[in-house]
Design a binder for this molecule. Sequence first.
Ligand code: SF4
Length: 331
Amino acid sequence: MKFDAVYYEKDSLSYTLGKQLQEQFADLPWVPVESHNSIKEMQEKENAEFGKMKRNLIIGIRKTHRYTENHKVSDYLVPYTSSGCTAMCLYCYLVCNYNKCAYLRLFVNREQMLDRLIKKGKNSENSLTFEIGSNSDLVLENIITGNLLYTIPRFAEEGTGCLTFPTKFHMVDSLLDLDHRGKVIFRMSVNPQPLISRIELGTSSLQKRMEAVNSMCEAGYPCGLLIAPVMLVEGWQAMYTKLLEQLREGLTAKTQKQMFLEIIMMTYSYVHRAINSEAFPNAPDLYDSQLMTGRGRGRYCYRPEARAEAEKFLRSEIKRILGDVKILYIS
Ligand code: SF4
């Protein structure tokens, strides 16, 4: 992965990971910043530079550790070792939080974050599942930092409950032989290949994602699939039918037997429209005034009728093509 420059908080270099990154990227310009949260030079850039901005690496110390309750596959969303990503999915939910500064930030205080998480699990009467990948893509991040190689065996050994994270990337080879003890739930996000190519810019192909989830399942990780986000663009029914057929053909019997599905409809926003129209003027416009409605604070979601139609269609096609696979939720 190629970066143009590193912006870093000076204190981050006193951490093990900070030192490692300093060596790894020694040939890049290193620019000191006061805080990873407000880099003036970045904030002043035009939306059109969004793609170029993603070629910078930001290194800092995570100071906010607030867990958010969640009632889907996990009990808590945990701010973990990174936020943002080098890919450029045109709907990326992180753009709502970070605007054009949705570049990859690495937080070097991973020991502190994992200590806290393990403690929280131990102090709970119930077995808790922690979602550690809601702010970034940890499989992508891991090829730079090795953070999953640090996290998975340590959690397996010391943690109670489970960790989980979703990904749109396939680089899982280094995870296969880790001691995970079944405590790490791996979730692969999929979409029809034509949408991956046009909308999920810079992510892995469907074929590679299927191979990755098969390998993780074979290595004993509990696995699930996210069909997310579902995009109701022209020809969506045929594309999603083909996706389900490809999953039936491409996923091993073992994966299909044990996997669960999560289905999430796309949401979009005014901020996405502004950035995408300037940064990717030739990309498809995901905003559809016929099918979408406002849901407050400049955000859009599909109208209830459109969602109901999509849900009915997907449930019936999943049943027809994949059989009785468990659908955890459609949201
Ligand atoms: Fe955002 Fe995930 Fe796409 Fe990265 S892979 S741009 S985090 S949606």
